[in-house]
Write a protein that binds this ligand. Sequence first.
Ligand code: NDP
Length: 300
Amino acid sequence: MKILLIGRDGQLGWELQRALAPLGELVAAGRRGDGPVADLARPDSLAALVRQVQPELIVNAAAHTAVDRAETEPAVAQALNADAPGVLAREAAALGATLVHYSTDYVFDGSGQEARDEDAPTGPLSVYGRTKLAGEQQVQASGCRHLILRTSWVYAARGGNFARTMLRLAAERDGLRVIDDQVGAPTGAELIADVTAHAVRRLQREPALAGLYHLAAAGQTSWHGYACHVIEWARARGHPVRVAADAVRPIPTRDYPTPAARPLNSRLDTRRLRDAFGLHLPPWQQGVDRMLDEVLGPGA
Ligand code: NDP
């Protein structure tokens, strides 16, 4: 199978390079640098790349993921998050290829306390959420065989992430304030990439499995719970931690204003994915601890 990966250098793209490699001949495109180039802002060149590579599978891990910046550049976010996936999907349809595309819990308004399934009404609060939802709709309208995987709170060992920021601040400061009324599941790029590879293999044999799925690690926490978990992980292993356990203070979202509104309830119901593909999704702590081990080492 010939595979075209778009966005090879992002958190997820990097892990997909590893996870997709055993499935076939992988052409991994980045925004710049050596090798094939795929710029979501240039739809003509994107279509030309697909026609040149002639893949059976296209995996799009690239997106405009700067949630706050998207508020001031909605046209750019629309081009990258909605129109570019539309181009890829229509090219996939013309070729008879499958498209894997990623979306987000930010397509929801975050009301209530229950985990949302794939049929729950959407209601994005931000430009990022609206443009990601428009991207899903363009993929669905294209008629190509597709998997759209909505995920949440993505982290990876490579690049900056929330856990690393908390550990740096915990080593520098006496006190921290962290939001405790946004609830979701931190989900590793490694897990998303591995599930993608598994799902693609199954889809080859059972095309009827195509569609929209929620993919997140099991369990739930708040950003405050997430921060406390990583700080206590580091403390227990002798890494430098200055902040006292009781000095990591929970605060409501309204005390930490940001340009983009974020959903309070980011819980995703993953039953459809688990049932369709026979998958077990591990608790969020498992992937986070593994990432911390990778980034910081086993400690003193
Ligand atoms: P990253 O921000 O780590 O990676 C996004 C990639 O897209 C980067 O490599 C970036 O390149 C690339 N990119 C940006 N603009 C362009 C462009 N014009 N042309 C080509 N490439 C471009 O994101 P993640 O890996 O975390 O996200 C993967 C997917 O998961 C996305 O669809 C995202 O919407 C979704 N998602 C992410 C969540 C998160 O918490 N991060 C939560 C839920 C869903 P460069 O580095 O050069 O900017």
